[in-house]
Design a protein around this ligand. Structure first.
Ligand code: GRG
Length: 290
């Protein structure tokens, strides 16, 4: 598992470096690269790889689409750390982008990474037909906007210091974190021109993976060490964040995450697909300490 993740991470970074190198160099690109490299764990790209391999999608295509996803993800982290959002000074073991370059540059670097994701999806590097590219662009935009990450972040901020129901917390976490995983899981089905019902099913699997990932992230914030995680931990409690841990307690949140894991695997097994790779990624998500 670790060696596959390292290879995917290396190939994704290489793809992104080459993509940026082909463009005219600007000062803003320095802040974009700071937010992108060396980068995080590349779990979203790994999920894309796990499902993509089952569908026999070409590796280079998976790396290119994964690179677009990592641009959106890096953008969300840069903006998430801004003083008007979660106000964090540390990310991926170094100063947040706005601490290093200033707020306005961080906002613009984030915006430029968002648009770069769509440049990648529509570029000639990606060898898939135009109709499928358009569908990927549509799905990724939907996952990033008010129905997805941005909408989830809005809810996350507006839920602070309030008593929020389990369903509302789940809805917020699926939007904030799940929608990008949902996109990763649907991509192979979209490329293989599966019907809408199958695509919806894979989106649903992705939402649950995202939810699982977010619960694990909240458990790390609750118990993890800042030195290992590379960002300040213990913030959720201080900020009065609505999480499944604050609602259910630590042990029950772990039980709930195991239930979601079984749901994901059962759902995938319905397709009689080999879920070995995905299974090991889910285990990694649950046992990781950063
Ligand atoms: C990006 C569309 C868009 C809007 C901006 C700021 C914001 C609105 C959204 C924030 C969303 C957010 C930060 C959700 C948390 C997701 C999460 C658990 C991130 C941590 O992911 P890891 O652990 O990070 O994969 P690494 O560093 O490993 O890549």
């Amino acid at each position: 598992m670790k060696s596959k993740l390292i290879k995917i991470s290396k190939d994704t970074n290489l793809f992104l470096k080459k993509f940026i190198k082909k463009q005219k160099r600007t000062k803003l690109v320095v802040a974009m690269e700071y937010g992108l490299f060396p980068g995080g764990k590349k779990i979203r790209s790994k999920i894309l790889f796990d499902i993509g391999t089952v569908f026999k999608i070409d590796y280079k295509t998976l790396i290119a689409v994964g690179a677009a996803v990592e641009c959106i993800h890096a953008y969300s982290l840069i903006h998430d750390d801004l003083p008007c959002m979660d106000n964090d000074k540390l990310r991926r073991g170094k100063s947040s982008t706005h601490i290093k370059f200033g707020e306005s540059t961080a906002v613009l670097a984030g915006n430029s990474l968002l648009t770069m994701a769509f440049e990648i999806l529509t570029s000639s590097n990606l060898k898939i037909n135009a109709k499928i590219k358009a569908e990927l662009v549509q799905k990724l935009s939907e996952s990033s906007g008010h129905l997805g990450i941005a909408g989830g972040q809005y809810l996350d901020l507006s839920f602070e210091n309030k008593k929020i129901s389990k369903n509302k917390i789940i809805d917020m976490e699926i939007k904030k974190t799940g929608k990008l995983f949902s996109f990763c899981c649907a991509v192979p089905a979209i490329i293989k021109r599966k019907n809408n019902k199958d695509i919806k099913n894979f989106e649903n699997i992705g939402e649950n993976i995202g939810l699982l990932f977010q619960i694990a992230d909240d458990l790390i914030d609750f118990k993890g060490s800042s030195r290992i995680v590379g960002k300040i931990t213990g913030k959720d409690k201080k900020k009065g964040k609505a999480t499944l841990i604050s609602l259910l307690g630590y042990q029950n949140a772990i039980k709930y995450s195991n239930k979601i894991k079984s749901k994901i695997i059962n759902n995938l097994n319905k397709y009689s697909l080999n879920s070995n790779n995905l299974n090991e990624t889910l285990d990694y998500i649950l046992i990781r300490n950063k």
